[in-house]
Ligand binder design. Structure first.
Ligand code: 1VU
Ligand code: GLV
Ligand code: MG
Length: 324
């Protein structure tokens, strides 16, 4: 181990994060009663410019008036390149009560973006005597943000999670696709014509690099990596496959842009009973091995060693948080 150990962000269940446009007040109660672990009330791209001010008022009233249960509650503010942003932060932090947990910052490009928001939030919290410190969720969704992701992740003690904003990322990198998340038929491998086997075309995962890079930056700084939207809410199988790919890379959850995606995310990001049982057996076997002075042993015909303890603990820890 390095002498440097990342300090983990406050632990929060973040398997599903439901997006709710701040201009659609009829959705607020439904969202609050849903099974989503987290909710973000949106002031940014799901709200038309003419509705921005009203959406801000709607969101402040909703944070104060609605019973959000034990959900993680966040507000997505507008980007730093807009004139809406400062008032989003000032009005929300001055007028919304301590039920609010997080602010989601879109299109973060540099560590200075986070620094600026930290300064503003700190001033408002001090001036208004807010008791609970607001945390930050950061959306990585531009080429600039992806380039600077490591500095961004380390830019503030308020940082809790990094989110992959696949739609804006595709636009920013000029990827030739109009889908939101998931695979694209053009991103594939055609097996070579010189091989012996019949030729075959395999679809690939065009988001692999971006998500894997985000996972590394998040984990190296103690943050949760969260996969973003999957636009085709009539394709549960496609959603599940994308969520599972991100999960095995290390993500802790995924956005739901429609209520039908909440159960899918909660399911994919909850280890199964069989997986947890296997992880517990690894822990038991390793405890026995260590008591007998062994570092590496066989379990069910496979190697397990001291690294297996840490792997198994990830699974058991997640199961414990879900059960709590
Ligand atoms: O069955 P009911 O009539 O009682 O309820 C409907 C509907 O009202 C409700 N519902 C939701 N409830 C809470 N939160 C939501 N986000 C939400 N969406 C819908 O569920 C029942 C079924 O809804 P539906 O199938 O009739 O869906 P609609 O046609 O009403 O709406 C579909 C969209 C996709 C427009 C809607 O779900 C939505 O606005 N989703 C969130 C969009 C968003 O926030 N986008 C920003 C994040 S993604 C991004 O930034 C980049 C792409
Ligand atoms: C989310 O904000 C996205 O752009 O995908
Ligand atoms: Mg976006």
């Amino acid at each position: 181990m390095s002498f440097t150990t990342p300090t983990p962000a406050p632990a929060r269940l973040n398997r599903s994060e439901l997006a709710v446009p701040g201009s659609r007040i009829e959705l607020f109660e439904k969202a609050a009663k849903s099974k989503a672990d987290a909710i973000f009330l949106d002031l940014e791209d799901a709200v038309a410019p003419r509705d921005k001010e009203q959406a801000r008022k709607n969101i402040i009233a909703a944070i104060n008036d609605i019973d959000w249960g034990d959900k993680v509650l966040s507000v997505r503010i507008n980007g730093l390149d807009t004139h809406y942003m400062y008032r989003d932060v000032v009005d929300v932090l001055e007028q919304a009560g301590d039920r609010l947990d997080l602010i989601m910052i879109p299109k973060v490009g540099t560590a200075s973006d986070v620094y600026a928001l930290d300064m503003l939030a700190t001033q408002i919290e001090t001036a208004k005597g807010r008791k609970k410190r607001i945390g930050f969720e950061l959306i990585i969704e531009t080429a600039l943000g992806m380039q600077n992701i490591h500095e961004i992740a380390a830019a503030s003690k308020r940082n809790e999670s990094l989110h992959f904003g696949v739609a804006d990322y595709a636009a920013s990198t000029k990827a030739m696709t109009t889908g939101i998340g998931g695979p694209n038929p053009h991103y594939g491998v055609l097996t070579d014509k010189d091989g012996d086997a019949p030729r075959d075309y395999h679809w690939g995962d065009m988001w692999h690099y971006a998500i894997a890079r985000m996972v590394v930056a998040a984990r190296a700084n103690g943050l949760r990596p969260i996969d973003g939207p999957f636009g085709d809410f009539s394709d549960p199988d496609g959603y599940r496959a994308q969520a599972a790919r991100a999960m095995v890379l290390g993500c802790e959850g995924k956005w739901a842009i429609h209520p039908s995606q909440i159960a899918l995310a909660n399911d994919v990001y909850s280890p199964s009973e069989a997986e947890v049982t296997k992880a517990k057996r690894i822990l038991e076997a390793m405890e026995k091995a260590q008591n007998e002075g062994a570092g590496a042993v066989a379990l069910d015909g496979r190697l397990i060693d001291i690294a297996s303890i840490k792997q198994a603990e990830v699974m058991v820890h997640q199961a414990n948080i879900i059960a709590a």
